[in-house]
Design a protein around this ligand. Structure first.
Ligand SMILES: Cc1ncc(COP(=O)(O)O)c(C=O)c1O
Length: 431
């Protein structure tokens, strides 16, 4: 395909797709391992990983084979029936994580909805229908449907969609604030073991443990959002496994399907009766294709030792970032205790503006900008390129931190590249 033909496709997208994203003017048509190609044949290093999704890289042969074989055997059946890959996936996930039951859906936000409904229905069944509030955290991200959006603690995502009710937000890491709000109207505390959208903030030391003991002592549930941290991305299969804490239930999605849409809610045994038949469901959830692919992803994670590899790559990147002085650029990411972030100054605002103009803002958040800058730090050459907008106008001079728009993928989500496990061409120093 020529550049002109790609431009024509972009034009169709700009005309017919709902304009809720701000895509750059290229169309991705192929992927292999950690690389993707646009329609004009240009290849990119894919550090987005589909936003923490392509756990085995692109077009992994086992995933492709699974899709073909399962597609030929049984592609979809209603949840009124068991299907083989699904019951086996439920068993695999429960045995691996120590949870008792698995409910399947199609995305992260649906997995969060399942958590929220589980919590409310649990107390309703116990005659405590007024126990329905949730405590969540500022700068959290839990999804974009109305329930998960109510739990999301960022004004930018919530604006204009209210009323979003039933959730109280307190600062991440502030146990006293949780304790002050945790009365007998609270059904659950919902927490990410590492906040992924607020700047990649790990839970402060002891925070998860204190949440566990607070929720247990006051009769509320502890719910874990492992959508971004799960499936090995933090160097353990679950982010919570860096602590001794076991939530009552967790949400998984993203990497679980390696690119095939799937979400899951896993819960402990005492919650298995909270959502009786008919109270919750999903047409596609637990679909044989998605379940079979997820089983393949889990199998490859084991055989290729990807959880350990993520841990080693994470350490390597942290060291490399430190060596490059990125610690100064990313204090919030690399500090244990989150601190309030000052409002962006004129330089940061200029950077956001020029990134936007060049079409490189993928998720629009400050967190991504941090990670993009970290990417630039790890690809030092990118810092010295001229940054141009779509019409070729120079937006920033060489030496600025803005990457060129064409380097958009190479300079984006470095945190995810750390886990690019199917990187068959990985430099040995990364492992
Ligand atoms: C921590 C977290 N929770 C929930 C979600 C929502 O997942 P999805 O986009 O699949 O609905 C995301 C997505 O980025 C996430 O990072």
């Amino acid at each position: 395909m020529t550049a002109e033909e790609q431009a024509a496709l972009v034009q169709i997208g700009q005309t017919y797709l709902y304009p809720n994203y701000r895509q750059p003017p290229l169309v991705l048509v192929r992927g292999e391992g950690r690389r993707v190609w646009d329609a004009a044949g240009k290849s990119y290093l894919d550090l987005y990983a589909g936003i923490a999704v392509t756990a085995l890289g692109h077009a992994h042969p086992d995933v492709v084979r699974t899709l073909r074989e399962q597609g030929e055997r049984l592609g979809h059946v209603a949840n009124y029936f068991y299907n083989e890959p699904n019951v086996l996936l439920a068993r695999d996930l429960c045995q691996r994580t120590g949870f008792a039951r698995a409910f399947f859906c199609n995305s992260g936000t649906e997995a969060i909805e399942a958590l929220l409904k589980l919590a409310r229905r649990h107390y309703y069944a116990q005659g405590q229908a007024n126990r329905y509030h949730v405590i969540a955290f500022e700068r959290s991200f839990h999804g974009r449907t109305l329930g998960s959006l109510a739990a999301t603690g960022q004004a930018g995502y919530r604006e204009g969609f209210g009323p979003l009710t039933g959730v109280v937000h307190v600062p991440y890491g502030d146990v006293d604030a949780v304790a002050a709000r945790l009365d007998d109207t609270v059904a659950a505390v919902l927490v990410e073991p590492v906040q992924g959208e607020g700047g990649v903030l790990p839970a402060p030391q002891g925070f998860l443990e204190k949440l566990r003991s607070l929720t247990s002592s006051r009769g509320a549930l502890l719910l874990g959002d492992e959508i971004q941290t799960g499936v090995g991305r933090t160097g353990r299969f679950l982010g919570f496994e860096h602590s001794d804490v076991k939530p009552d239930a967790i949400a998984l999605a993203k990497g679980l399907g390696g690119g095939f849409p799937i979400g899951a809610m896993l819960c402990q045994k005492h919650l298995e009766g909270a959502l009786p038949p008919g109270s919750h469901g999903s047409t596609f959830g637990g679909n044989p294709l998605a379940s079979a692919v997820a089983r393949t992803v889990l199998a490859r994670i084991d055989t290729e030792g990807l959880v350990e590899r993520a841990r080693l790559n994470g350490n390597y990147l942290a060291e490399a970032a430190a060596a490059l002085g990125a610690l100064r650029m990313f204090p919030h990411q690399l500090r244990e205790q989150p601190r309030p972030r000052p409002a962006p100054g004129p330089r940061a605002q200029a950077r956001y503006r020029c990134a936007r103009r060049a079409g490189v803002t993928a998720r629009g958040g400050r967190a991504l900008d941090h990670r993009r800058r970290l990417g630039a730090a790890l690809f030092p050459g990118a810092q010295h390129r001229t940054f141009r907008d779509r019409r070729g106008r120079v937006l920033r001079r060489p030496g600025a931190h803005c990457p060129r728009s064409r380097s958009l993928i190479a300079n984006s989500l470095i945190a995810q590249s750390a886990l690019s496990p199917n990187d068959r061409a990985a430099p040995t120093s990364w492992v």
